[in-house]
Design a protein around this ligand. Structure first.
Ligand code: FES
Length: 105
């Protein structure tokens, strides 16, 4: 499996995370600072949805305990989370956002 269509480009507003389930995997899409990112929706600390967090400085903040995950790498910048969250490659084609779930990093 390669890239799957996630949504139309117009459905993703700037700095407003969008949670989608793609092939059974919950993914949060974020458009910020001119780029689109895809990160697994589940916080690595206590399994809550990252899509409900705030976006700032190319990171998404977990609403429950405040760990911030870099949208480029999935790595937390501080506690309580210590483990990264998978991130996925994104491409935009024919006005739609596509995500490759097989290439998590
Ligand atoms: S559940 Fe996300 S930091 Fe605790």
């Amino acid at each position: 499996m390669a890239y799957v269509r996630a949504c139309a480009e117009s459905e993703l507003a700037e700095d407003t995370p969008l949670r989608l389930v793609l092939d059974g995997t919950a993914v949060t899409l974020v458009r910020t600072e001119g780029e689109v990112y895809a990160i697994n929706d589940v916080c690595s600390h206590a399994a809550v949805s990252l899509s409900e967090g705030e976006v700032e400085d190319c990171a998404i903040e977990c609403w429950l305990h405040g760990s911030r995950f870099d949208l480029r790498t999935g790595r937390p910048s501080g506690p309580p989370a210590t483990q990264p969250v998978p991130v996925y490659p994104v491409k935009i084609e024919a006005d739609a956002i596509h995500v490759d779930l097989n290439q998590e990093s």
